[in-house]
Design a protein around this ligand. Structure first.
Ligand SMILES: [Zn+2]
Length: 175
């Protein structure tokens, strides 16, 4: 079917940008999402109006913005920052590779819980990455252990000192 022919009456159609408020069901809840400049195709002969091919993608983008979810571009960039393939991210998150690729290609909108899970996984992997980069700057692992022991010695001295103060103040009360 040619893009510019009305499927109802066969007349020529023309593109129209519309401002709409859509009621969208997501995560078992209804959301009112207002979208400006939605691309549609209108037939002046029979009055029909059709969604353009980009319509669904634009609606999903607007829904994600409305729900403050990660965008496909953000997910791809976080994944690449960690040098992970979609399959590796699937392994870390236990989300199917197919689902990750549908989200990244804006074919579906992730649920809030999937979004939280992705954010937490990215945060966890990022901190793992920065810890291992810090540790790699200290080649002598012993040095790191020694300083830990030293810290606990100071802590136990401090608690002795506190006991002594307590005894002294008891004495002061008695006197
Ligand atoms: Zn028509």
């Amino acid at each position: 079917m040619p893009n510019n022919e009305c499927i109802m009456c066969g007349s020529d159609t023309h593109p129209v940008l519309k401002n709409k408020v859509l009621s969208i069901k997501h995560d078992n809840k209804m959301h009112e999402v207002s979208i400006n400049d939605l691309p549609t195709t209108a037939c002046p002969t029979c009055g029909s109006s059709f969604a353009s091919p980009e319509y669904d993608y634009i609606v999903r983008d607007a829904l994600r913005t409305h729900l403050e979810l990660l965008t496909p571009a953000e997910i791809v960039s976080l994944r690449k920052e960690l040098d992970l393939s979609a399959k590796q991210l699937a392994g870390h998150t236990k989300i199917a590779t197919e689902t990750i690729s549908r989200i990244e290609n804006n074919k579906c909108v992730q649920s809030k819980s999937t979004d939280d899970h992705l954010r937490k996984t990215f945060d966890m992997l990022k901190s793992k990455q920065s810890i291992s980069s810090i540790v790699s700057q200290y080649p002598k692992a012993n040095q790191y252990c020694q300083s830990t022991v030293h810290t606990s010695e100071i802590a136990s001295n401090t608690s002795d000192f506190t006991d002594y103060e307590a005894v002294e103040s008891q004495y002061a009360l008695a006197a």
